[in-house]
Design a protein around this ligand. Structure first.
Ligand code: FES
Length: 113
């Protein structure tokens, strides 16, 4: 049985370009939704370096290539598929991932119970 947090979509898949990102407030969480083609990933919007939000410009969480998540404060780069930091001051640490799924064009957190 889905809990309340899974009943409404975080956003629509069509809200995101093929390589894009969006900030979402959901059930008390400050989240990032990242799309890389058909793949969608959700992370807490909290950089493991200083524990602050990643972006300076709303909805802009990717680097210039559109293939890596970037923290605006000190430039840490994270893999979209795992949230692992691969460059910058918190190498080897990871963004907190939230399981998600795409259903009928909406992006939802995956039920955990
Ligand atoms: S706060 Fe993100 S790299 Fe420093």
């Amino acid at each position: 049985m889905p809990n309340d947090t899974t009943l409404s979509p975080l956003c629509l898949l069509s809200d995101l370009p093929t390589r894009g990102s969006k900030g979402v407030q959901h059930d008390g969480h400050n989240l990032i939704v990242v799309r890389q083609g058909a793949q969608v990933h959700v992370y807490e919007n909290r950089c493991p370096h200083r524990g602050i939000p990643l972006e300076w410009v709303p909805d802009q969480f990717l680097d210039n290539s559109g293939r890596l998540i970037q923290c605006a404060s000190h430039g840490a780069l994270f893999l979209p598929e795992s949230g692992e930091c691969i460059a910058g001051p918190c190498v080897g640490q990871s963004l907190r991932a939230f399981a998600c799924e795409v259903r009928e064009g909406g992006i939802y957190l995956t039920p955990t119970d």
